[in-house]
Design a protein around this ligand. Structure first.
Ligand code: FAD
Length: 489
């Protein structure tokens, strides 16, 4: 994440089935008996049809493997989900993965490959953000000017302080840094306390990083945060959260699944994985699938419901059992007119209310200044954990009332077309994106990056650049590259 000042998804500045008939229950790789079929040595089964699993599948197929993708849900995309309902006028909102940064080159290349256009968001969306704090609305500039330059310097200097504390760690092997255990034992909140920032700067840092990691800073390993700061620094200077896929991000996984055709099996939750001398056998429903390798492109919470035979080694089981996804939810509401535009605002919102951050979902869609638009609230950390427990209607009402406090002038144009998605409630996801708590990063990282017998982990949680759609794509490419080519026939 290119961490300029302020949040969006992550930085303050800073299914439909995939095509008619494309995805049907497939018999590829099915094995009923105890002996593997003759195609097994050249077959890989990918578990999970999110961006990581689909990318791995596409690349493995290109390398010559016979690929089967088993997906638990009845749609592809995982945490990429575009909501067209209940919105009118062809407008839509992203329930999960939303913005693409300029330096997210792997996902941009994939979009180009599938002939999907990228639609740009306004470059000045943060400059025109509203800040609502202590019951008053002002601008980001006004907040940064509090206490002279101390707030700006403290806020903008926080990233550099993280890079300094990282002490040149190798993001590929953060666990090998001389001070890895010490950093891992501390939280990002501990580190923030050391910086003695102004209240306004600390507010901005907390808001920024809470969105970044989907968790309160006390629940984030300092080693993980330092690694992410180094990864950011190594990325080329570029705009953050600059674009989305035109027509909805979900078009990308759908296009990939369409290209894979009957190799993608929907409604096939894997419940058992057994490693054999000849390969791996997976059970999904009443079927079993044999393969030379399995790619587990599934976040840790749903992995806990899979039985592994033999049991996973203790270090791997520990990671699966304890690595969690932070809490993230969204609430989106359509307005009959974009009331914020005539006021010189972008719809981007930073608050000290529980929802903390919001933006315009439609700012990369064909909109008019006086026409309808959608505002999305992005709620993370403790507020999202509490909000996830509410029924959808109640959640929509509760967070909607907070937005009305920020924009009372918008109440008259608010419609009843609203949606919400709490990812912690989703049994095949379990949260927003992975967050390594203090003490977890050094032991879990090498486990996530290594193959275990014939099993490979993929997904955003396994990448040096963590937590993005780009991360998922990169992880699929990395694992497919490591598996290489099938044996000759
Ligand atoms: C609210 C929110 C906002 C976000 N905002 C952004 C953003 O602005 N920009 C950005 O780049 N990223 C964003 N992200 C992150 C991004 O969406 C994810 O990093 C990425 O989509 C993860 O992809 P994945 O393939 O690793 O995992 P997933 O998409 O979770 O895919 C895993 C798949 O495995 C399936 N599965 C689970 N269990 C089983 C099983 N037993 N058998 C078979 N299949 C199974 C699931 O159904 C799912 O389809 C956001 C995420 C959230 C939740």
């Amino acid at each position: 994440m290119q961490r300029a000042p302020l949040i969006t998804r992550r930085s303050l500045l800073g299914a439909a089935a995939a095509g008619a008939g494309a995805i049907v229950a497939s018999c590829a790789g099915v094995s009923g008996g105890s002996r593997p079929d003759s195609g097994t040595p050249r077959r890989v089964v990918v578990v999970g049809a999110g961006l990581a699993g689909l990318t791995a599948a596409v690349d493995l197929r290109a390398a010559g493997w016979d690929v089967t993708v088993l997906e638990a849900r009845d749609r592809v995309g995982g945490r990429v989900l575009t909501l067209h309902e209940p919105f009118s006028g062809d407008q839509y909102a992203e329930a999960g993965g939303e913005s693409i940064d300029d330096n997210h080159t792997a996902i941009q290349a994939l979009a180009r490959h599938y002939r999907l256009a990228l639609a740009h968001r306004p470059a000045d969306k943060l400059a025109r953000a509203a800040v609502f704090a202590k019951g008053e609305r002002s601008s980001l500039g006004a907040l940064l000017e509090q206490n002279g330059s101390a707030t700006t310097i403290g806020y903008l200097g926080f990233d550099q302080a993280l890079i300094d504390v990282a002490g040149g760690l190798d993001p590929e092997h953060p666990e090998r840094a001389a001070h890895a255990a010490e950093l891992d034992s501390r939280s990002l909140e501990d580190f923030l306390g050391d910086q003695h920032l102004t209240d306004a700067a600390a507010f901005l840092v907390r808001t920024d990083y809470r969105g970044n990691f989907n968790a309160e800073l006390s629940g984030v390993s300092l080693l993980f945060a330092a690694q992410q700061a180094v990864v950011d620094e190594n990325l080329s200077e570029a705009g953050v959260e600059t674009m989305r896929i035109a027509g909805g991000n979900q078009r990308l996984p759908e296009a990939m699944a369409k290209a894979l055709g009957q190799r993608v099996v929907l409604g096939a939750p894997v419940t058992r994985i057994s490693q054999q001398s000849w390969g791996v056998r997976l059970t999904a429903g009443s079927r079993s699938y044999d393969a030379a390798h399995v790619v587990l492109a599934v976040p840790p919470p749903p992995l806990r419901r899979i039985t592994f035979d033999p049991a996973l080694p203790a270090a791997v089981a520990d990671m699966v059992d304890h690595l969690r996804l932070g809490s993230a939810l969204k609430v989106s509401r359509q307005y009959t007119r974009r009331f914020w535009i005539p006021e010189g605002l972008s719809g981007f919102t930073v608050t000290d209310l529980p929802f903390a951050v919001g933006w315009e979902a439609t700012d990369s869609q064909p909109v008019t200044a006086s026409g309808p638009g959608i505002l999305t609230q992005f709620v993370t950390g403790d507020a999202a954990a509490v909000g996830a427990k509410l029924a959808d209607r109640k959640r929509i009402t509760s967070f909607g009332a907070q937005l009305d406090r920020v924009y009372p002038e918008g109440v008259a144009s608010a419609t009843s077309r609203r949606s919400t998605m709490a990812w912690a409630d989703e049994p095949f996801t379990g949260g927003g994106y992975a967050v390594f708590a203090p003490g977890q990063f050094a032991p879990f990282w090498p486990v996530l990056r290594a193959p275990h017998g014939r099993m490979w982990f993929a997904g955003e949680h396994t990448e040096t650049l963590a937590g993005y759609m780009e991360s998922a794509v990169r992880s699929g490419q990395r694992v497919a590259g490591s598996i290489g080519r099938p044996p000759p026939t």
